[in-house]
Design a binder for this molecule. Structure first.
Ligand code: ADP
Ligand code: MG
Length: 371
């Protein structure tokens, strides 16, 4: 059973347990990070995704040792490092604004961490050479940072971060200074690099697409809290909260009352219409008010004799988004956003439209826990 074996070797490298960071302000305490618990396994590419101000940078600073939490503990390889300074932790941080030394050339910048440790010259040369080749920046060796493009500077900063071979690399929106075109290229390089070195990456971004493309697990943060941790697929298809559902893509929400709970489907009354849904993250009870989520691309247009979930309505508006057509459809259960691949049969404003969708694409979002 190779799968189980692999699991057996998984090792918690970074753990946060109930960590909170509070900043005092004139308007009272600000919880930059609120009761965050998460585990990062060795060798993982772990992303922290959230909008600006959600607490991503503070979380990284807590792991790196630049902040001490008011509550909770930080563990590295099982050791409590909550009170240890950054230089006593086997992690390296690449910040949003990578600080290269402006007067040093590429080689000197990359070699710096080893030079200050007094590592032998031959050894430094060998390791710098390795990284120059890995990042394909050998021909830039003699240039100083002002003679490099943003993407090249970022590569130098990453090479310098790797020269100490840290166990964990913390990356705070490392691509945000690059323009969209080269960002995607560097993104692929990063993924490749992580696979090659097997260094554990903790990668902060506000860009959903980036997180979905890059990572194994993603932690979605909102207002200092972790809303959900899961694979890109889990977070997209089985969101635990309305916030996650909305943040990671477009979603239709329908509010209804639970009529029946069974082994397979939950039956929910939405405006007098029975819908069948699936619940991954909670066990709804009869009479409870729940929210259902349906992604716009999960609707089928037309009717199907065996469809358990269906609605008919009138097209209110039509928008073309690249290859997709988006319809807003007013139905008896609410206004629905429906996307279809363009080029198929198309509908005009005011035409009537029948929709159906499967149980598996009709997902119960658990009621939010009140803080
Ligand atoms: P993100 O990186 O997701 O944008 P941050 O971790 O930087 O978020 O900030 C989270 C919250 O904490 C924000 O409301 C921010 O204003 C606040 N905050 C961060 N650092 C400090 C600080 N040093 N002093 C006071 N408030 C801070
Ligand atoms: Mg930040």
């Amino acid at each position: 059973m190779p799968h189980q074996e692999a699991k057996f070797h998984l090792q918690k490298l970074v753990s946060l347990e109930g960590v909170s960071k509070i900043y005092p302000s004139s308007k009272g305490d600000v919880y930059a990070v609120r009761d965050v618990t998460l585990d990062v396994q060795a060798g993982e590419f772990f992303s922290i995704l959230g909008s600006s101000g959600s607490g991503k940078t503070t979380t990284l600073r807590l792991i790196g040792g630049f902040e001490i939490p008011e509550y909770g503990q930080v563990f590295l390889s099982g050791e409590d490092v909550t009170l240890k300074p950054p230089y006593r932790r086997d992690v390296h941080t690449v910040f949003q604004k990578y600080a290269l030394f402006p007067q040093m050339n590429v080689v000197q910048n990359i070699a710096y961490p080893l030079s200050v440790q007094g590592v032998a010259k031959d050894e430094i040369k060998r390791r710098v050479g390795e990284l120059l080749r890995m990042f394909q920046i050998e021909e830039l060796s003699d240039r100083i940072p002002s003679q490099l493009s943003g993407g090249q500077q970022q590569r130098v900063a990453l090479a310098r971060a790797l020269i100490n071979r840290p166990k964990v690399l913390l990356l705070d929106e490392p691509l945000s200074a690059l323009d969209a075109k080269i960002r995607e290229g560097v993104r692929e390089e990063l993924r490749e690099l992580q696979r090659k070195t097997n260094i554990t990456f903790i990668y902060v971004t506000h860009d959903q697409e980036e997180a979905l493309a890059l990572s194994d697990p993603i932690a979605v943060m909102h207002d200092g809290k972790v809303e959900q941790i899961g694979t890109p697929e889990e977070i997209y298809s089985r969101p635990k909260t309305r916030f996650v559902a909305q943040f990671i893509g477009k979603a239709n929400f329908l509010v209804g009352t639970v009529l029946e709970t069974g082994n397979e489907a939950i039956v929910v009354d939405v405006n007098g219409v029975k819908l069948r849904a699936i619940s991954h993250n909670s066990q709804p009870t009869t009479g409870e008010t729940v929210t259902l989520m349906i992604r716009p691309e999960q609707f089928y247009i037309g009717s199907h004799p065996e469809a358990v979930n269906q609605a008919t309505g009138k097209v209110d508006s039509i928008t073309y988004i690249g290859q997709l057509v988006e319809y807003r459809v007013t139905t008896g259960i609410g206004t629905l956003t429906v996307t279809q691949l363009g080029g198929r049969e198309s509908y005009t404003k005011d035409s009537s439209l029948s929709l159906y969708w499967s149980i598996n694409d009709c997902v119960v979002i658990p009621p939010e826990a009140k803080p």
